[in-house]
Each structure stands twice: as C-alpha cells, then as structure tokens.
Design a protein around this ligand. Structure first.
Ligand code: F6P
Length: 363
C-alpha cells in the first residue's frame, strides 16, 4: 500500500525557526506515522508552478539551528491573485488557484502543512475552503497571529532587538544623545514593547498607542532634570502620531501585502532633536531581526508545533492551526486565527508595568 504523502511549504517573510519546524515535521512524519513528506519550494509559488523537493531524514539533518528556510519562501505569491509578468513585461494578476489544486492532485498530496503568518494562513484558509486538508503552523517575528500566545520567530527577533537596545545604551550614554531604534512588527508593537522593556528604553512608541511628540519632549526633559542626559527610544515601524499616519517606505504592486513600512525612526529622531535640542541618532534594525540562528525557545516551540501539526493531520483534524496556550500545545480553527491580528492591549498588565518603571509611550 502506498504511504500517505503530505506537503509542507513556508510562506511570507522568513524567520528563525523555519528549518526547525521542517525538521520536526519530517522526522515526526517518518518516525511516528510512516508518512512521506514533499517540500514545496518558495511558498505558494512552488504550489502553483509545481516545484518541489522530496524531504528525507538526511535532508533535514543538521538544519535545526540554521536560520532561513531550506524550502525558500515568497511573500508575494498568492494562488488567488498570482502576479506574473506577461510577454511584454507587464505585470498581470490572475487567479491560479485551479493550478494549485491540480498540482496537489498530481503530486497525490493528501494534506498540506502551511507554515506562515497571517497572510499565508489567510490563503491557507481559502484553500481549505476549496477542500484541501490543511494544518497551519504559525510563524512570524511580528507575533500578530491570533489564537496563539506566541508565534515562533518572535523570541529570536526580540533577542536581537534587545541586544541592539543594550548596545545603543552605552554609546548613547557616552555621547549624551537621544538614540532611536526602529524595529519591525508591521501594524503591531510587540517587538518594540518587549525589546524596549527588556532593554530599559525610556520611550516606546507602538501603533496601538498613537504618540504626541510634546509628551516625548516632556519625558526627555524630565530625565534631564533628574541628571540623565541621554535617552533610548524604541519605535515600532508601524507607530504613528496622534491624528497622523504610518510612514511607508515602499509599495510593491501586485503583492498581496503591498505596503512596506519604514522611516518613522528618522521622523521621530528629527522631531526629538528639534524640540529638545538633544543630538539624535537613528538605527533601523531591519532584516537583522529575521536572520540568523533561532533562540532556544524558538527551536523548542517550532519542534512542538511541527510534531503537533503532523499528529493533527494523522487524526484527520484539518482546517486548524497549531497554537501555544499557556504551556500547552493546542489548535484553533484557521478561520478564527486569521480573523483579526493580535495587537498589544494598551491597558494590559505589561504596558502598565512598563509605565510603572517610567517608560513614556508618548501619550
Ligand atoms: O512580517 C515580517 C516582516 O519582517 C515585518 O515585520 C516587516 O514589516 C516586513 O516583514 C518586511 O517585509 P520584507 O521582507 O518584504 O521587507
């Protein structure tokens, strides 16, 4: 009898821990269930274009601590709105979901494990509504997927961002400057909040709490009055002023997520220098937050997620996404997971704790 065959793809922006999850899926499939695993290359692009890589035990050996993804990824490929250049080099967008379904049939895949953030999981939901048995595995440095306490990749990004705050602290103190660090996170402030709290930032600006530059000035001047002549400011890329809007770095035509945020750090640094007279410097951490080795926590979480995803498929529980709730690995309906992004609650205990140690949120 032919062994069951499942496919796995990694979609959206990469993050540390993707290889750990691929390894876990392949090993649990082979050792626990005797399933075959086919890797699909470059996210949904590989599914539409039938580009795959058979995954054996040898293929996943020694990839656990490696950053990136051995399968490649794409944050622009969407089978339902597939963007390609036509013969004249003009961008054309078409629905190629039928091609994706035909490839799944041709490859005799009995299920798909989809590793990704909200965009990737929203597409997974649409495929599952067309009858494809799907299990979602939540990854993103942004930590903005609902129904799970945390996504893997987030802890690694935090470790890098916190180290950056620590490093800016010493140089900022020497020169008595306002040091602004812009971090990623799209429309949520999880990376800014947690790295800012962990590095002792004086000001943390997040999309969930629009800021007033006069409040930032007051807090920096109050520090100066207390003898602290430098300040550390962590700004989420999606932060915005009261009544104002986000700063857009670039738009990508044809992409399901066409807006690339970025640039708010420079705006804030300029405003601080103008209103306090303190020399300001900006660091944009960018893709350093996504590269390199995963932390212990992310390897551990990715391994548990991967094993549970295969177990859910084996039990026929598709249309679900694996989750971490407290200490337990569980699962939620894919539809529930992608309905709303998970955002920082401005009245939460953790924001209160940050305020209690003197952090200014610009409000
Ligand atoms: O979603 C992950 C993320 O790194 C966001 O934090 C950021 O806004 C975006 O991806 C950057 O995307 P790209 O890799 O296309 O520049």
């Amino acid at each position: 009898m032919r062994r069951k065959r499942i496919g796995i793809l990694t979609g959206g922006g990469d993050c540390p821990g993707l290889n750990a999850v691929i390894r876990a899926v392949v090993k649990a499939s082979l050792f626990q269930h005797n399933f075959e695993v086919l890797g699909i290359l470059d996210g949904y692009a590989g599914l539409v274009e039938n580009r795959t890589l058979p995954l054996t035990e040898a293929m996943v050996s020694e990839i656990l601590p490696k950053g990136g993804t051995i399968l490649g990824t794409s944050n622009t490929a969407d089978p339902f709105r597939y963007a390609e250049n036509d013969a004249d080099g003009k961008l054309k967008v078409s629905d190629r979901s039928r091609d994706a379904l035909a490839v799944i049939k041709k490859l005799e895949l009995e299920g798909l494990l989809i590793v990704g953030g909200d965009g990737t999981q929203s597409i997974a939901l649409k495929l599952s509504q067309l009858g494809v048995p799907i299990i979602g595995i939540p990854k993103t440095i942004d930590n903005d997927l609902d129904c799970t306490d945390v996504t893997f990749g987030f802890d690694s990004a935090l470790a890098i961002a916190t180290e950056a705050v620590d490093r800016l602290h010493t140089t900022g103190e020497s020169h008595k400057r306002a040091m602004v660090l812009e971090v990623m996170g799209r429309y949520t402030g999880w990376i800014a909040l947690r790295s800012g709290m962990s590095g002792g930032a004086d000001v943390i600006l997040i999309p969930e709490i629009p800021y007033d530059v006069q409040k930032i000035r007051d807090s920096i001047q109050a520090r100066i009055a207390r003898g602290k002549r430098f300040s550390l400011i962590v700004v989420a890329e999606g932060a915005k002023p009261l009544g104002g809007d986000v700063v857009i770095q670039q738009t990508i035509p044809g992409s399901p997520d066409p807006i690339r945020l970025g640039g708010i750090g420079h705006v804030v640094a300029h405003q601080i220098q103008q209103c306090t007279g303190i020399e300001s410097r900006v660091t944009v951490l960018g893709h350093l937050q996504r590269g390199g080795i995963p932390t212990t926590f992310d390897r551990w979480l990715a391994t548990r997620f991967g094993v549970h995803a295969v177990a859910l498929f084996a039990a026929g529980q598709c249309g679900r996404m694996v989750t971490l709730r407290g200490q337990r690995i569980e699962s939620a309906n894919l539809a529930d997971a992608v309905r709303h992004p998970r955002r920082v609650n401005p009245t939460s205990e953790e924001v209160h704790a940050a305020r209690a140690v003197g952090t200014c949120f610009g409000d």
